[in-house]
Write a protein that binds this ligand. Sequence first.
Ligand code: FAD
Length: 527
Amino acid sequence: MRSLGDRTVDLLVIGGGIIGAGIARDAARRGLSVALIEQADLASGTSSRPTRLIHGGLRYLELFDFGLVRSDMKEREILLRIAPHLVFSLAFLLPLYRPSVIYRAKLRIGMLLYDLLSLDKSLPKREWLGRDEARTAEPGLAPNGLAGAWRFYDAQVPLVERLVVENALDAASHGALILNHARAIGYLRDGDRVVGARARDAIGGGELAVRARYTVNATGAWLDETIAPLRPAAKPLLRLTKGIHLVTPRATEQAHVLFAKRDGRLFFVVPWREYTIVGTTDTDYDADPGAADATEDDVRYLQAEARAAFPEAPFEVIHFTWAGIRALVRVEGVAEGEVSRKHALYDHERRDGTAGVLSVIGGKITAYRAIAEEVADRVARALGAAGRGDTERALLPGAGAPIGDRAAALGLPPPVIANLTTVYGSIGAAVLDLVASDPSLAEPLCPHEPTIAAELAYVIRDEWAVTLGDALLRRTGLGLRPCQALECVDAIADRMGALQGWDSARRAAEAAAYRRELAPMRAFSSA
Ligand SMILES: Cc1cc2nc3c(=O)[nH]c(=O)nc-3n(C[C@H](O)[C@H](O)[C@H](O)COP(=O)(O)OP(=O)(O)OC[C@H]3O[C@@H](n4cnc5c(N)ncnc54)[C@H](O)[C@@H]3O)c2cc1C
């Protein structure tokens, strides 16, 4: 059984999404002792299901959320700097069809504002492309009525799962204890004060008591459930909305911001790895956030809209889908798409008279670092701790020296080297150490994919991967290929079983659990 013994940490973070991992990192780096508990796996919640953009969000200009756009653009710059191996600039086209004079003027002002709110940015400025230039940039754009397109720049985090894991890795390297597969089931109390939480430990078995001077609840879409014991019978704090994405063969050259013909909603078609993401939808949701999936209506809506924009593109082929649940600050009487994406902090002492605990409501991936800093500032103040946050400058662990030369010297083929670099950045050096000590670990896990056996060994040893889903979907990226490693999953379960001491029944059970985990993603798969 995993145990903290009698130790009391300064901060317990509940929830291992990007917000929880970011808070753990910030707090650990400023010298606080930290524990993080996550009911399933790091990034298994909404943080592995976004559109994967690091952006101010053009759409929020329409909501006059200038402050949010400004601070998100500042964060975009910071993330490009501290995680250059995970966050990349991305050019978008916003095509205009038979635009009215007013619409044209409105968009021009929007583009101007988007630039003005990020004057200090490193990304290129927007530019207008006439009809022919737009068609040259994206030959597949539907031609009828095309007037031209705005080109502007934002950023993408293709492997957002790794951003979460790297935050946790950095937290751990500053002393934080990371416990995934440990679900908080109740709070520890001392009078009106929360002094930690009890967790059910799915790995060690039994219950863990994590004593803490301060507790932060960062459980995203699960927040109303996890804070219910602190504010019984109170109104929900969250409004949940679902958004789905399709992953299709590569369909366009560029990333695009488009407006749906059916309802005028904004959606994206974005190159992602060697494929394309189409997303997203925005519909109210009131079931278990862990059970969200794409419906027939969701899928047909996105397919039809994408096809209208790019008539020849292969949107009929779907590799897989994912559905995420937005946890928005609850506002009554407003349409789904108009609820602000700004986060809020819920101070239980001020609101409910319970000290020692704070909850985070809402927030975007883009804003995670700033939210984490704000929370860690509050916690440090409450604990009288002196350290200051440094995450605006401190590089994430994989942002170090490139590993390509050493990987080539070990005889790894170029696709493997490229994959190691893309997935791990400089942390890939630890994978290379394993290959150097046992060259048989250079073998691929699946014959047609570049992921190698050493990665499995590494993510189990150093990155808290326990299940096949942890390793394939949220660490190595192999499960985010069209095949999702389904053909090789039994062999991978054998390898993983050998490393973790699983008998043959356990290996079969783990492979079956992986297939079950993928089932919602594959309900519309063409293969
Ligand atoms: C469709 C969609 C598209 C999006 N696109 C973008 C985008 O392009 N760019 C962007 O910046 N943002 C985007 N977002 C927003 C972004 O994904 C979320 O704001 C962010 O991932 C929230 O992170 P989180 O850590 O709060 O939540 P989560 O990632 O859900 O983490 C919460 C964690 O808490 C855990 N948990 C729950 N209960 C317990 C418990 N009892 N004990 C322990 N752990 C528990 C869960 O398992 C979960 O892992 C999008 C969101 C959606 C839904």
